[in-house]
Write a protein that binds this ligand. Structure first.
Ligand code: SF4
Length: 231
């Protein structure tokens, strides 16, 4: 029985085999998943909840999501009996905007830090495994993504980040969703390819770079996948 995970040994594994290998090698470790309910997240959730029905599903509740995203989150949470953990920033949207104005316009990096990165840092502390729906194809900033990565939080704690769909294409994503009759966020039907907070999400001009529709093309990452040190 293999109990040691290496980047090399996991790189060729399909998502289900990877989940199996990780959960066997890390038996007893506490898992979580970050989830914005995009198509990739729905697939990882679909696979993961068969093995860990009560896996913690961390949703970054920035207060700026589309109305449709909140409705979809609530519907799927109920239908799948998810263990949803809404991760809140310290300040409400109203408090932040009265003190700092609309930071998503003037300083989106600070806004993401306050509403996503900081809260996620705290939310990840109780866990040892962090599942995501990240893919290499999503952005030039994700081209070097591995299926498993060891990350160190600023507190010094390390956790295993697992990206089962790292090598999947956009076509594979939609084939899986169709084949397994998975619901999707309605914004995809309007032409959105990457869906986050409403003020920072647009339909991309460049379909080969789906995240180019985020932050008006000024940046490609909010920081939740770049704040931690890869070790
Ligand atoms: S994505 Fe936009 S609205 Fe959301 S936290 Fe970042 S800057 Fe703020």
């Amino acid at each position: 029985m293999e109990t040691t995970l290496t980047v090399e040994s996991t790189e060729q594994l399909a998502p289900e085999a990877l989940l199996h290998a990780v959960l066997r090698a890390k038996a007893g470790a506490r898992p979580c998943m970050t989830c914005s309910f995009q198509a990739e997240d729905m697939i990882v959730l679909h696979l993961l909840r068969r093995r860990i029905p009560r896996v913690a599903v961390l949703f970054l509740e920035t207060g700026y999501h589309f109305k449709e995203t909140y409705e979809f989150r609530d519907r799927i949470t109920q239908e799948w009996s998810l263990n949803l953990v809404n991760v809140f920033p310290q300040k409400t949207v109203a408090q932040q905007e009265s003190e700092c104005g609309t930071l998503f316009r003037t300083d989106p990096t600070k806004c993401c830090q306050l509403r996503k990165v900081g809260p996620l840092l705290t939310a990840l502390e109780p866990y040892e495994i962090w599942f995501t729906g990240l893919r290499r194809e999503q952005s030039p900033t994700r081209q070097n993504l591995k299926k498993i990565e060891q990350h160190r939080l600023p507190s010094g704690k390390t956790l295993l980040k697992v990206n089962p769909l790292a090598d999947w294409t956009w076509t594979q994503i939609w084939e899986y969703c169709a084949g397994n009759q998975l619901s999707h966020l309605p914004q995809y039907d309007q032409g959105y390819l990457s869906i986050g907070c409403q003020p920072c999400t647009a339909i991309p001009d460049d379909v080969s770079n789906p995240r180019s529709g985020r932050w008006g093309g000024k940046k490609l990452e909010c920081g939740i996948h770049t704040f931690s040190e890869r070790v």
